[in-house]
Design a protein around this ligand. Structure first.
Ligand SMILES: Nc1ncnc2c1ncn2[C@@H]1O[C@H](COP(=O)(O)OP(=O)(O)O)[C@@H](O)[C@H]1O
Ligand SMILES: [Mg+2]
Length: 299
């Protein structure tokens, strides 16, 4: 029987490698298997709306595909949510949020907004089990540098910030990120030289920190295996020249060879790297296929 998957699944990697697409695909597959996935995307560069063709993704879960919920978490919304919780007296929260000097201070204090964001994620992950609880919670983190900063904060800052509520939140977030039974960090890359180099570097950095536990290393957009280059050249000779179709087949064959080389280079260091197929374009059917491929390939 497969082991139960940790409830919180974080995804990071260089911009453009397919993180958001993979998160969406994994969510579709989880829903197909009868689970109740929640996608959390961070910040202003939201793409889930476009992926699911759903215009209204706000700070509360919305169903974006059958069984798949998504929300967009902005730092400011995390601050509001926290202040409203922490100061349940309505007038008081309103006063704090309306006090520009105070909110500016909160926004400028290093790490406070990030901690509040992680804390909001923790609320979803640690919600009471039940038919309305979400599992898995899939977080589409911003690109690598930002993700590392976000994940590092609780441990860096808990040494700096004295007592008080923010410190308690940091402890909570730190516990969640360090709990291998609850949290995995997935790394996503492409089969090309620079993305592979950056992925290996990122893997070292996360491994050095010792947390979160690394989930899968995903190599997205592996081209399909076309005709071998030699067969294409033979074919070219046979038809007496290089008509467009043959040139195209030759290009595809070379691109495939280059991707395979990069995948082997990555696997020389990280043998468990998992490959995912490239599609001509990504629509609902491809999302489902990608999700199935991911679930079959993952250990
Ligand atoms: N397996 C795939 N096959 C083909 N195109 C893909 C695949 N995965 C992602 N893409 C495309 O690559 C682009 C970047 O993907 P996206 O998920 O937005 O990346 P990221 O979130 O890492 O910035 C999008 O146009 C997406 O449709
Ligand atoms: Mg993205």
């Amino acid at each position: 029987m497969p082991e139960p998957q940790p409830r919180l699944q974080l995804f990071t990697g260089k911009g453009g490698v397919g993180k958001s697409t993979l998160v969406a695909a994994i969510a579709c597959e989880a829903a197909r298997r009868g689970k109740r996935p929640l996608i959390i995307e961070l910040g202003h560069r939201a793409t889930m709306g476009a992926i699911f063709e759903h215009a209204q993704i706000g700070s509360e879960p919305t169903e974006v595909a059958p069984g798949v919920h998504a929300l967009n978490l902005q730092y400011e919304a995390a601050l509001t949510r926290y202040v409203q919780r922490y100061l349940p007296v309505r007038g008081a929260a309103k006063w704090v949020l309306g006090n520009r000097a105070l909110t500016r201070f909160m926004e400028a204090a290093p790490g406070v907004l990030e901690t509040l964001t992680l804390n909001t994620i923790a609320d979803w992950v640690e919600a009471k089990p039940g038919p309305d609880a979400y599992d898995p919670v899939l977080v589409d983190l911003d690109s690598t540098g930002h993700a590392l900063m976000l994940l590092d904060l609780p441990s860096v800052l808990s040494g700096l910030i004295g007592r008080g509520p923010i410190r308690r939140l940091m402890r909570r977030v730190e516990r969640l990120l360090s709990d291998a039974a609850l949290c995995r960090l997935h790394l996503v890359t492409l089969p090309a030289k620079l993305p592979v180099d950056e992925l290996v570097e990122l893997h070292h950095r996360v491994a050095d920190r010792g947390r979160p536990t690394i989930g899968n290393v995903w190599v997205n957009r592996m081209p399909k295996r076309p005709l071998a280059a030699e067969s294409v050249e033979l074919l070219g000779r046979f038809v007496g020249g290089m008509p467009a179709g043959v040139v195209q087949a030759l290009d595809a064959s070379r691109a495939h060879g280059a991707a395979v080389d990069q995948l082997s280079r990555l696997r020389a260091q990280l043998p468990a790297a998992v490959e995912l197929p490239e599609f001509a374009s990504v629509g609902p059917a491809e999302l489902r296929a990608l999700g199935r491929a991911a679930s079959e390939a993952a250990q």
